[in-house]
Design a protein around this ligand. Sequence first.
Ligand SMILES: [Zn+2]
Ligand SMILES: [Zn+2]
Length: 102
Amino acid sequence: MTLWKKNLPGKEAPKSKDSTDLFVQLKKEITVMRKQGEPPLKDPHSFAQYMCDLCSTPHTVSELRQCVLCGRWACDACWKDEFYTCKSCAGIIKIHMIKGKD
Ligand SMILES: [Zn+2]
Ligand SMILES: [Zn+2]
């Protein structure tokens, strides 16, 4: 049984059918590193800090956000508010948005 065959969680509330399709397309391309809701890695060297999955620097849990696409935890520097994903997934989204223009 794969979780990914289910419908996407309604949280993102896509504005149009197109953005839903884009999201589905992205889900196929992006490797999921963590399940949604899975906690970030604890920093073994410091108390109450967690690792950013992208740059591997420690942060407090409130400084990290989980990417809705790949599930990685990203710090502020590795986060793209524009898409509400990590910067790695944001790069893939941009490519798709350009491609989808025709
Ligand atoms: Zn980072
Ligand atoms: Zn991501």
